[in-house]
Design a protein around this ligand. Structure first.
Ligand code: PYC
Length: 310
């Protein structure tokens, strides 16, 4: 017997999102943090099947989407990828809003989400773009030096943008598309060095995203973002752009309301601005997603790789 899993695929600035809208279990857990833990414990095979090979690819971020409970208007979402689960995903939020528009579940205006990182409000804009107010973000530490084998000392900021980031302004590898292989090697080495040298986010949180910046001809900066599963973000990364904005705000280089344009390594751009609430930076990110597929993921009981390639 085959278990059908209904998905809608989109990309946001080149970065794919697979939204799962049917075929997953009813949501359990007292909040979205508990729901994420429950999925990891009870349903990790489903994650591997939906985004892993042979049905999908390491590049894709998945999103389980549950409709609002009766009496509520808040959609519930848990993001996941080839390596595990994400507390928040910016390009994925834009992809979900575009998916809901495609399914005729929303119109132009506001839509609310509960994520493991907290509440996120988004807006489908009349021109098809999507803006969202991210969770509160902050820079935790500035100018942290790590010793990276083959590269020497590397300095970066540690910031929270819905996920934990190490942000490197001065990259030994220029941030251009021709350098994708070298950028991956460098950022993987940085990530391993952070782990081995015990450099973490607040409360020992693992830093699982590495973000490197270079100059851009079309925006304020271009980035390369290494994601937890060692793939790079094709979009400018919503949580990574949020972490960047938190650093700029901490340095006094970006005022509330001022626009920051972040280009990705493939040339797509997010616009960001922020306000201050309760002492934290609350970024608003704007981007655009496009639907690329609508279908059923089939898990055939006889398939030896029904839960992905281990
Ligand atoms: O857009 O926040 C983001 C994101 C995280 C990982 C991939 N994309």
């Amino acid at each position: 017997m085959a278990v059908p899993i209904r998905v809608v695929d989109s990309h946001t600035g080149g970065e794919p999102t697979r939204v799962v809208i049917g075929g997953m279990p009813p949501l359990e857990g007292s909040d979205m943090v508990a729901a994420k833990a429950w999925l990891a414990t009870e349903y990790d095979s489903l994650r591997r099947s939906v985004v892993g090979e042979p049905r999908c690819s390491d590049v894709v971020v998945g999103a389980y989407l549950w409709p609002p409970e009766e009496g509520s208007e808040i959609w519930r979402v848990v993001f996941f990828n080839n390596a595990g689960y994400l507390c928040m995903c910016g390009h994925g939020t834009v992809g979900i809003v575009e998916t809901l528009r495609y399914l005729n579940r929303i119109d132009v205006g506001r839509v609310e989400f509960a994520t493991p990182a907290g509440a996120v409000a988004a807006w489908l804009l009349p021109d098809g773009q999507v803006s969202f107010d991210n969770v509160p973000c902050w820079r935790s530490q500035a100018a942290v030096e790590v010793n990276v084998p083959s590269y020497g000392p590397v300095t970066g900021d540690i910031a929270y943008g819905g996920n934990w980031f190490f942000l490197i302004g001065d990259s030994p590898v220029p941030v251009i598309r021709a350098n994708l292989t070298e950028l991956q090697a460098f950022t993987v080495a940085v990530r391993q060095s952070l782990d081995s040298q015990g450099v973490t986010g607040d409360d020992g949180a693992q830093i699982d995203h590495i973000e490197v910046f270079g100059s851009s001809e079309v925006a304020d900066s271009r980035n390369y973002v290494l994601c937890p599963g060692l793939e790079y973000d094709r979009s400018p990364c919503g949580t990574g752009t949020s972490a960047k904005v938190a650093c700029l705000a901490a340095d006094g280089k970006l005022a509330p309301g001022q626009v920051w344009r972040q280009e990705s390594i493939v040339g797509s751009v997010f616009e960001a601005r922020y306000r201050i609430a309760d002492g934290h930076v609350v970024p608003t990110i704007t981007g655009r997603a496009h639907i690329v597929g609508d279908g059923i993921v089939v898990v055939d009981e006889d398939d030896p790789f029904k839960w992905g390639i281990p």
